[in-house]
Design a protein around this ligand. Structure first.
Ligand SMILES: [Fe+2]
Length: 238
């Protein structure tokens, strides 16, 4: 499925507005980082357990919110212009909601269960999370291939940008913080600069400053310097 799409992808399609591109880079980075943290966890170390489970719970909440936004905004837009076109990925979302609930339960047992339950809970959590990561990577590619063919075929770029703005307007401040952090971590320097320049243009200055602080805290000094330079001539303290 993905390979066939890559063969068909044209330079024209690559020039179109991809409503999924930025947020999916955030989701991929968050999924993969958390999977490695769970895999390498020392379950005897209470501090490590606390931080890893906290990140895992943030990931599960982020994925749940992401699914809700696609169900609320993207799938109805597809259905309005091409009825039946969102069925495959909507079905995936129902399955993912069940998996997220199961992962929360596994995290509860690992964090609060009896000591002799923890090794099995950790193993279950790691394997189930790995399967979820794999399914999510394939699911996001289906969205960026099949769903984007529908969206880009039925809507102009201007309409897709407006739909994207509608989604951004529905995010809570906490969702914006988490999305910005992982979009910074999971994107290229040029993409980071584009995201932050967009925020500078659209958001009130205090909100932009807050997001800039998240970027600074999320990036290595080298990557932060690249972002600061790209956003010049606005003065940004290193
Ligand atoms: Fe999705």
């Amino acid at each position: 499925m993905p390979t066939q799409y890559f063969e068909k992808e044209t330079s024209e399609a690559a020039q179109r507005f991809n409503i999924y591109a930025g947020i999916h880079k955030a989701v991929r980075a968050f999924l993969c980082d958390t999977l490695v943290r769970v895999a390498t966890l020392d379950i005897e170390d209470r501090q490590a357990m606390f931080h890893t489970i906290r990140q895992l719970r943030e990931l599960l909440a982020f994925c749940s919110d992401h699914i809700a936004h696609e169900d609320r905004f993207v799938h109805p837009a597809m259905e309005r212009r091409q009825p039946g076109s969102s069925g495959d990925t909507a079905g995936d979302h129902l399955h993912h909601a069940q998996t997220l609930a199961s992962l929360r339960a596994a995290a509860d047992v690992l964090e609060h269960g009896a000591p002799d339950e923890k090794p099995a809970a950790w193993s279950r959590l790691h394997r189930e999370l790995a399967v979820f990561v794999g399914e999510s990577l394939l699911h996001m590619d289906l969205e960026e291939s099949a769903n984007n063919q529908v969206l880009q075929g039925c809507y102009s770029d201007g309409e897709l940008v407006a739909l994207h703005q509608e989604i951004l307007g529905a995010l809570t401040p906490q969702e914006m913080v988490v999305a910005t952090r992982w979009m910074m971590i999971g994107s290229s320097p040029a993409e980071r600069a584009q995201v932050m320049a967009g925020m500078r243009a659209d958001a009130p200055p205090p909100a932009f400053e807050a997001m800039l602080g998240i970027a600074r805290d999320s990036l290595s000094p080298g990557d932060w310097n690249k972002l600061a330079a790209a956003l010049a001539p606005v003065a940004i303290a290193a």
